[in-house]
Structures are given as C-alpha cells and as structure tokens.
Design a protein around this ligand. Structure first.
Ligand SMILES: Nc1ncnc2c1ncn2[C@@H]1O[C@H](COP(=O)(O)OP(=O)(O)O)[C@@H](O)[C@H]1O
Ligand SMILES: [Mg+2]
Length: 206
C-alpha cells in the first residue's frame, strides 16, 4: 500500500469510552490526524450504517456481516487508505475486531468466516495498533450512569449478547497479539487517556 501514516483503531464493548478517547486523541494530534468511525465514515458507508442500525430493517447474520465488510471496504478505499498515503494518522472508532465480536461471536458466524469476508481489508488496510478497551459490558460507564439516550439495534441487545461480544474481543486479542493492545479503562478519564497515549508512544504510533 506504500502508506506513510499510522492507522489506529479503538475497540471494545458499548459505553466503555472508545469514542471519548478516540476523539480526544484526534484533537490532541490536530491537523495530522483524521477521526472516523464504523460503520460509516464515508457517505456510502453511512447509508449502509442506517440499514445496519435500523430497528425495522432486519437482515440475517450472514447479510449483516457482509454489509459490515462491504462498508469497511468502501471506507478503506475512499477515506482510510488515501489519508494514510498523505501521511495522516487515521483514528477509527471500531473496525474489523467489532465484526469478529458482534457477527463472529454474538451472531455466531465464527471468527474464520469474518476473516474470510474481510479478506480485502486484511490484505490492504489493517490497523498498525488497535487499543482494546478491556472492560466487561456489565461495568460500562453508560450503564453506571443510568443514561437514557436512544439505543440502536445493537445497543438494545440483551446482556448475554454483549458478553458474547466481549468474548469475541478477547479472542481477537489472542489471535492478533502484535496488533491489539489491551487498555484497562479507569473511572478517571485523565488516567485512561494517559494509558492511551503511553501505549501509543511505546509502539511509536504517535
Ligand atoms: N473513564 C471514564 N470514566 C467515566 N465515564 C466515562 C469514562 N470514559 C467514558 N465515560 C463516559 O461513558 C459514556 C460512554 O462513553 P463513550 O466514549 O461514548 O463509549 P463508547 O464509545 O465506548 O460506547 C460517556 O458518557 C462518557 O462520558
Ligand atoms: Mg462510541
């Protein structure tokens, strides 16, 4: 790919602080960084996101996994790879490991099937470092605060579904130990952010 920039992804259960810290990292890095998210990131991928998180448009687990893979490919081609070629640090809120967790584990398709479906990004656009916010879904910060925000199709799933996702993230971390770095989130956001920055500096990613 001849890329110059660094590709960093944030992964983990719902409400553990991924978006908060991914955006803060992008703000810290300023013009040299691009923040993006999945599903979505480009106009086409955002349209696919609407289908994926809709309550009314239900699809089978296999189609769901394919839609995630296709939006990821479009996101990689149209946004991530060009930004990396320009030398930007790309920070993405969720990526392939969320497919391993949600479609591979919670929806039961298996890790190998997810890797097969994501063959294109495995070959062409994999993160240099993935920060896995290692916190049980039962302990997530949103749950603790008892927030009443609107929940999408995935957020409404029962706790066992989210526990299965968590097992999926753990399995991804075992499968890709060079890439995936566990971060233990602290109730103090400053401490968590320091852990994020230290982990990335240690790997020469920032
Ligand atoms: N370390 C933390 N301590 C306390 N609250 C946190 C912490 N990290 C995130 N939060 C809060 O938890 C909620 C979910 O965070 P968010 O970044 O949206 O999580 P995610 O993107 O993983 O779903 C937000 O209200 C956020 O302010
Ligand atoms: Mg988020």
């Amino acid at each position: 790919m001849h890329k110059k920039g660094v590709f960093i992804t944030f992964e983990g259960s719902e409400g553990v602080g991924k978006s908060t810290h991914a955006k803060r990292l992008a703000a810290m890095l300023g013009d040299g960084a691009v923040f993006t998210r999945e599903p979505g990131g480009t106009p086409v991928a955002e349209k696919i996101r609407e289908i994926l998180i809709s309550d009314e448009l239900k699809v089978s687990p296999e189609i769901e996994a394919e839609l995630f893979a296709v939006q990821r490919r479009e996101h990689a081609d149209e946004l991530i790879i060009p930004a990396l070629r320009e030398g930007k640090t790309v920070i993405c809120d969720r990526y392939i490991d969320s497919s391993i967790a949600y479609q591979g584990f919670a929806r039961g398709l298996g890790l190998e099937r997810i890797l097969e479906l994501n063959d294109y990004v495995l070959k062409n656009c994999m993160p240099d470092v993935t920060l896995f916010f290692d916190m049980l879904p039962t302990e997530n910060f949103r749950r603790r605060k008892g927030s009443v925000v609107e929940h999408d199709r995935f957020e409404q799933e029962h706790l066992e579904f989210h526990m299965e996702c968590y097992r999926g993230f753990k399995e991804a971390a075992r499968r890709f130990p060079e890439r995936i770095v566990p971060i233990v989130p602290d109730p103090d956001k400053e401490i968590t952010f320091r852990r994020v920055v230290e982990a990335l500096k240690k790997r020469g990613a920032i």
